[in-house]
Design a protein around this ligand. Structure first.
Ligand SMILES: CC(C)(COP(=O)(O)OP(=O)(O)OC[C@H]1O[C@@H](n2cnc3c(N)ncnc32)[C@H](O)[C@@H]1OP(=O)(O)O)[C@@H](O)C(=O)NCCC(=O)NCCS
Length: 215
């Protein structure tokens, strides 16, 4: 494979390709969604559609494009928030949303009891919501470059802090290499609700880390 990759800002014309990438790659590989067996697009739509819309509106998201095929190899979807991270709206009583609500509640729990303001300015924060690289392009530094480009873009937009939830070993390694601090870590084997283990079969991925960095 020709390895020429360019990095550029996410644009409206990418919307369908990115949604497709999330349904065919991210949701099938991210440990949380895999563990719950979330079906695409039916059960993933409530996450994917608003996030892609917010990322487009906020203007600090980056795609990796393979040259010359023009295939999108990866994406880093980011939003700009202040102290309170924007929550994905979950319609009450919709059975298609039950599993994704478990994921979203878990990510909210990661921030509960953690006062990021003690260590970081929270006036303008870039939240790295989704980082995804297609399997065939993985392990070549594309994920890392996507985050680096996102941080540069976010800094240009006046962001002072970056936050992310790193759900697996590769993203944890990636954020660590880029100088992020782990603010909270929850091991999947300790995350019990109503006496039940919530995330089973996470494979080599043992924990989720809330990470942050001053830009
Ligand atoms: C996480 C993800 C975006 C990383 O993208 P990537 O382009 O493969 O990452 P990079 O090549 O920049 O590598 C980052 C680190 O992980 C390591 N890594 C990545 N894939 C690996 C693999 N299959 N085996 C071993 N190490 C791997 C790299 O060696 C690198 O560490 P290093 O700097 O010490 O060498 C990608 O694996 C992915 O899309 N996973 C599925 C979705 C997901 O889990 N997203 C994260 C949610 S927070």
């Amino acid at each position: 494979m020709d390895n020429k990759i360019i990095y550029r800002k996410l644009q409206e014309t990418d919307r369908d390709s990115i949604e497709d990438m999330l349904y065919t790659s991210f949701i099938l590989e991210d440990p949380l969604e895999v563990s719950l067996g979330i079906e695409c697009p039916r059960e993933a739509r409530i996450l994917v559609e608003p996030l892609v819309g917010w990322a487009l509106a906020d203007g600090v998201s980056v795609v990796a494009e393979h040259v010359p095929s023009r295939e999108l190899a990866g994406v880093c979807l980011n939003t700009v928030d202040s102290e309170v991270k924007r929550s994905i709206p979950v319609p009450a009583g919709d059975p298609d949303c039950t599993k994704m609500k478990v994921v979203l509640d878990f990510l909210d729990d990661m921030r509960d009891g953690v006062d990021l303001r003690k260590q970081f300015s929270m006036t303008k924060v870039v939240d790295i919501r989704i980082i995804n690289v297609l399997h065939k392009y993985a392990g070549k530094g594309i994920g890392r470059a996507l985050v680096e480009e996102s941080l540069l873009l976010a800094k240009d937009h006046g962001c002072v802090t970056a936050c992310a939830e790193a759900t697996g070993v590769f993203s944890q390694k990636l954020f660590q290499c880029l100088g992020f601090t782990t603010v909270n870590e929850v091991f999947y084997s300790n995350y019990i609700k109503d006496g039940m283990l919530v995330f089973n079969n996470t494979g080599i991925h043992r924990s989720c880390r809330l990470v942050a960095k001053t830009l």
